[in-house]
Design a protein around this ligand. Structure first.
Ligand code: GLP
Length: 257
C-alpha cells in the first residue's frame, strides 16, 4: 500500500481526483466505486471541476458501497440521494449508470445477490474510493466483518450510529441496519484509493496501515491489496510511525493480491 500525506483536506480531494482521472484516461467507461460520508466530498468537488473543464464522465458507471435499510431513496440522508446529489448529477452520469444496494427491498438477501450480479455484469470495480470509519470500518463493514465477506445485510455499530447521528434529528433516528458490499467484494476492485482527514481518523488509519491484518480493523485488508493508496492530511497521518511518503506520482504495485 502507498501512503500519500498532503497538506490539507482539499489537497486530499485533489490528489484522489488525479488518481481517478488517470483511471478515466485509461478507460472512459470506468466503473468507479464511490463512498459516502464527508471525507470524499472534496474529491467529488475536484472531479466536478474537471467535468466543467471538459472531462467526459458520461460513460462512467458508478457503484455505491452501501445503503441504509428502511430509508426511502428520496430521503436526502439515503445513500441513493447522496450518490445522485454529490456525484452523478454534478458529473452528468446517466441514471442507468448508477448502482446502489436497495435498502428497501422486501428480500434483502436477494437484493444483495442482485447487486453483486449487476456489478459482475459491469466487469467489476475499476477504481474504488473509500473513506474510513473511526473504528476502521470500510463501507459499513464494522469490526468483526470477515475479510472475505460479500454484499449483505448488516447491523451498524453504536460508534457508527453515534458518528452518523449528526445527519439525523435524533440519535434514535439513525437506521440500525444497512446493506453493504463485503470486504471481499471491495477487495476485488482493481485499484483502491482511501481518503481520510482529521485527527479523529488517526488511530483507525494507523491500525489499518501499520497494525495486523485483522477483522478487528476491516480497513487493514488494504495491506494485502496490490494497488491501494491512502491519501491523508497530516492530522489523519499523525499516528503513523513508518510512513512519511508525500509525493508518489504513480502508486507502485507490490505484495500479493
Ligand atoms: C459512513 C460510510 C462510510 C464512510 C464513513 C466515514 O459510515 N458508510 O463509507 O467511510 O461513514 O464517514 P466520514 O467521511 O464522514 O467520516
Amino acid at each position: 500500500m502507498d501512503v500519500a500525506v498532503v497538506g490539507d483536506p482539499e489537497s486530499v480531494g485533489r490528489r484522489a481526483a488525479v488518481l481517478v482521472l488517470q483511471g478515466l484516461g485509461e478507460d472512459p467507461a470506468l466503473v468507479l466505486g464511490v463512498a459516502t460520508g464527508s471525507s470524499p466530498v472534496s474529491t467529488y468537488r475536484a472531479l466536478a471541476e474537471a467535468r466543467r473543464e471538459g472531462t467526459d464522465f458520461s460513460r462512467v458507471r458508478v457503484v455505491a458501497l452501501d445503503e441504509y435499510v428502511g430509508l426511502p431513496e428520496t430521503d436526502p440522508r439515503s445513500y441513493h440521494a447522496f450518490v445522485w446529489r454529490e456525484i452523478a448529477q454534478p458529473l452528468r452520469i446517466p441514471r442507468d449508470n448508477v448502482l446502489v444496494p436497495d435498502g428497501n427491498a422486501p428480500d434483502p438477501e436477494a437484493a444483495c445477490a442482485a447487486f453483486e450480479e449487476a456489478l459482475r455484469a459491469w466487469g467489476g470495480t475499476g477504481i474504488q474510493l473509500l473513506g474510513i470509519g473511526r473504528n476502521g470500518h470500510v463501507g459499513f463493514n464494522e469490526p468483526g466483518s470477515a475479510l472475505d465477506s460479500r454484499t449483505r445485510r448488516s447491523a451498524l455499530s453504536e460508534t457508527t450510529r453515534a458518528d452518523n447521528a449528526r445527519f439525523f434529528p435524533r440519535p434514535e433516528d439513525v437506521p440500525a441496519y444497512c446493506l453493504t458490499q463485503g470486504v471481499g467484494t471491495i477487495a476485488e476492485a482493481r485499484t483502491i484509493v482511501l481518503v481520510a482527514s482529521g485527527p479523529h481518523k488517526a488511530a483507525a488509519v494507523a491500525a489499518a496501515v501499520e497494525g495486523p491484518v485483522t477483522e478487528a480493523c476491516p480497513a487493514s485488508f488494504l495491506q494485502r491489496h496490490r494497488d491501494a493508496t491512502m491519501v491523508l492530511d497530516p492530522a489523519a497521518a499523525a499516528g503513523l510511525a513508518g510512513h512519511r511518503v508525500s509525493e508518489p506520482t504513480r502508486h507502485r504495485r507490490s505484495g500479493p493480491a
